[in-house]
Design a protein around this ligand. Sequence first.
Ligand code: GLU
Length: 484
Amino acid sequence: MIADGSKKPIRIRFAPSPTGPLHIGSARTTLFNWLFAKQHNGRFILRVDDTDTERSKPEYEQNIIAGLKWLELNWDEGPDIGGSYGPYRQSERLDIYEKYLRRLLDENKAYYCFCSKEELEEERKAMLSQGLSPKYSGKCRNLSKEESGKQIERGDSSVIRFKTPPKEVEFNDLIRGKIKFDASLIGDIVIAKNLREPLYNFATPIDDFEMKITHIIRGEDHLPNTPKQILIQEAFNFNEIKYAHLPLILAPDRSKLSKRYLETSLNDYRLNGYLPETIVNFLALLGWHPEDDQEILNLQELIQKFNLKKIQKAGAIFNIEKLEWLNAQYIKKTDSVELAEKIKDFIPENWQTKKDLLVKTIEAEKERMKTLADFKELADFFFELPDYEPSILKWQEMENEKIAANLKLLRTELENIDGMNFNKDNLEKIIMPLTEVWGRGELLWPLRAALSGKRASPGPFEIMEILGEQETLKRLDTAITKLS
Ligand code: GLU
């Protein structure tokens, strides 16, 4: 399909650097890219930006891929599945970059720079002291090819710099509108350490061109890189690419999102018991909202409603309470049999074998769960009665003897019920009339506490149905013994 009046099919990429686990902010960038690609029937490409060989690690690439799969943001081309424009890891594309680097050097649009770190630092300080914003002085810009050739042969250490043309770079950001940069302030940037070690701002426009990328959606933190990449594109006469820079995600105090406030790695949210549907929904609302203000949206609804052009420019606040609220909504909505599958990693193994009990327990507790991790503590008493203090059986000022007598009375009633009828409605019908004689709190509090061993739990009728007659009677006996 065609977007923005251009004839080219949409090709859009997500280009993470595998220098750490998938960041929650990068997950949002991927989602927005993915939604845009889906809306325009475009191709979504995963490219791994691993030019930083020291910091890039295969395990981070795996973590990124696993995280995106968990969110079900699938791609059409990528390092794991290949495609017509591969390889999809920058570390495997060095020949391509070398070819382009040579071209720039031949055309005199780039040059070798031999300035030492110390020299550069001095230059920087001098500029700062004159109140100028620091940039490279251009000292090696006019070295002849012979001179630099000799120095290279001698083994002098060098980098490759781009001859940044001193012009105004202007582009139309799909979110932020017209953006202008004065490139004369940038100076001649380093684009490669050598022919085999290109840097991000060089490798990226080359790949975007080679992979026929039409749109780049990325975080606003990349805004200073955009003019540099556009200038490289212009140096090669590459086609124009459309840009959209997403607002930053901020902590509640509007500071940069950092580990100090919140988990920043997507996987931590998974481990803390958030559902992928929640995360997708939450991330979509970080900087965007649908016109009708609908808050619960699945991927299909997001594809329908998402509008890149309606993304806000201001930073988006990460509100953890909203995330918890959303997760609780999704948990409530999820079928209990399905939740029993999803909850596996959060419960002891022996609970998993009691599938029937597990599903019933989830049904009883899911209203109270904010995360899957909450379940274990809420539901443990169903699987094993905790060793509780008899004091929790006490209703107001009741004497132990009286409590025990009430529990015995209840026991007699309960043991007369046919096992087949041991369900919530029937139990309620039998026991509620007794409370009119013996008192509601006086009967129901000790009963509920005896069943759960806890001060707070679901109501006694629901618990009894789940535990069944045998276990219910056993727990009443335990309570009666504790009181004597
Ligand atoms: N590799 C860059 C990063 O992880 C993103 C590159 C881009 O989108 O141009 O921040």
